[in-house]
Design a protein around this ligand. Structure first.
Ligand SMILES: Cc1ncc(COP(=O)(O)O)c(C=O)c1O
Length: 353
């Protein structure tokens, strides 16, 4: 082997974990005969297991470029989920202190993940159960104003949507202009709007469809509790500045049962383990693929994997206790997809599974 060969081999060695962000795979879901093509952009294959590392890294990159922060500095964000994991990893890698302002609604797994990366957690729930969104944001802003931390501010920071431009480039590299619909969950709106805006520069006719849980208020309707985590806008929250309504062709709603039965169905019939919000987006994308016919390509942004939801979405007792099983949804999924023949007996299981 020559020296040249050795150097080529060494080029595969990365210096930082964040160099592994991106170039996530696409999986074609076996949709029913006559339906459009449904492609899942599997963002769980990023470090931290979610798309949000893309925007976490980009918010820090842009702030460093603008001279707002430098390694050794202090980052703060009101986050209890995937954004916090991303910021925690970037902070560890670059030598920042990171404080995540969280509440009792946060998933324990995600909090443990942040701690593992060395983040500091500040819980503002004060003994109350559940969401303390307003208090989280107020506390994060106070720490920034009074103690000199830099608030990453995913709700209003353009670095959030800008962080998804590479995702759009990856889709163009893989699919050219052969994308008719882009589907994504909408929380801040950063991932869908950032990807959609960049994609539309190349594909002007692209249709961009946002999906939120029933009970979320970004696309109208009454606010109500929902179980899909990390996504949507709860009644007590404000709609994020980075959500660009002008960019969206439609904003639609999906129920918790549709979302979670889809996750469970994909895991059992295809070995595809995705998170709860992504389940809802896939369900709606399958409906669209069914309606538009075979010449159409629908791309779904899958925000994260199912591993973090084993105690909820994939837990039979939890599903039953919350009244989330729905055999009609499973029947509908069976008509919209083509499970492998060996699995056909699993199409519409009934009762507690
Ligand atoms: C699981 C999950 N789904 C969907 C979203 C929504 O993504 P965005 O904030 O880019 O709209 C998030 C955001 O954190 C999330 O964690």
């Amino acid at each position: 082997m020559s020296d040249g060969d050795l150097r080529e081999g060494q080029a595969m060695i990365k210096n930082r974990v964040s160099d592994l962000v991106g170039r996530t795979p696409l999986i074609q879901l076996a949709a029913a005969d006559g339906a459009g093509t449904v492609l899942l952009k599997m963002e769980q294959y990023n470090p931290t297991g979610t798309a949000k590392i893309r925007m976490a890294r980009n918010m820090v990159d842009e702030a460093e470029e603008q001279g707002l922060i430098a390694p050794g500095g202090w980052l703060v964000e009101a986050t209890s989920g995937n954004t916090g994991l991303g910021l925690a990893l970037i902070a560890a890698e670059r030598g920042y202190r990171f404080t995540a302002v969280v509440d009792n609604h946060s998933s324990i797994d995600k909090l443990r993940g942040m701690l593992a990366y060395g983040a500091e957690l500040l819980n503002v729930s004060g003994g109350e159960d559940g969401l303390a969104t307003a208090e989280r944001y107020a506390t994060a802003r106070r720490i920034a104003a009074e103690q000199g931390a830099w608030l990453t501010g995913q709700d209003s920071n353009p670095g959030n949507p800008n962080g998804y431009r590479p995702l759009a480039r990856e889709l163009c590299d893989d699919l050219g202009e052969d994308i008719d619909y882009l589907y994504g969950a909408v929380g801040t709106g950063g991932s869908l709007c950032g990807t959609g805006r960049a994609l539309r520069e190349r594909i002007p006719d692209l249709k961009i469809i946002g999906v939120e849980p029933v009970g979320s208020i970004a696309f109208g309707g009454d606010g109500a509790f929902y179980h899909q985590s990390g996504t949507g806008t709860p009644e007590i929250s404000e709609i994020c500045e980075v959500l660009d309504y002008d960019l969206l062709d439609e904003g639609i709603k999906v129920s918790d049962s549709e979302a979670f039965e889809t996750c469970r169905y994909l895991a059992k019939n295809f070995g595809i383990l995705i998170g709860g919000s992504a389940g809802g987006v896939v369900y709606k994308a399958l409906e669209r693929a069914q309606a538009v016919g075979p010449e159409t390509t629908v791309v779904v942004l899958v925000c994260d994997g199912g591993e973090r939801y084993l105690d909820t979405v994939f837990n039979d007792e939890w599903m039953a206790a919350n009244g989330l099983f729905d055999a009609q949804v499973v029947d509908r999924l069976a008509t919209m997809t083509q499970p492998t023949p060996a699995d056909s007996t699993r199409k519409a299981p009934v009762g507690i599974r």
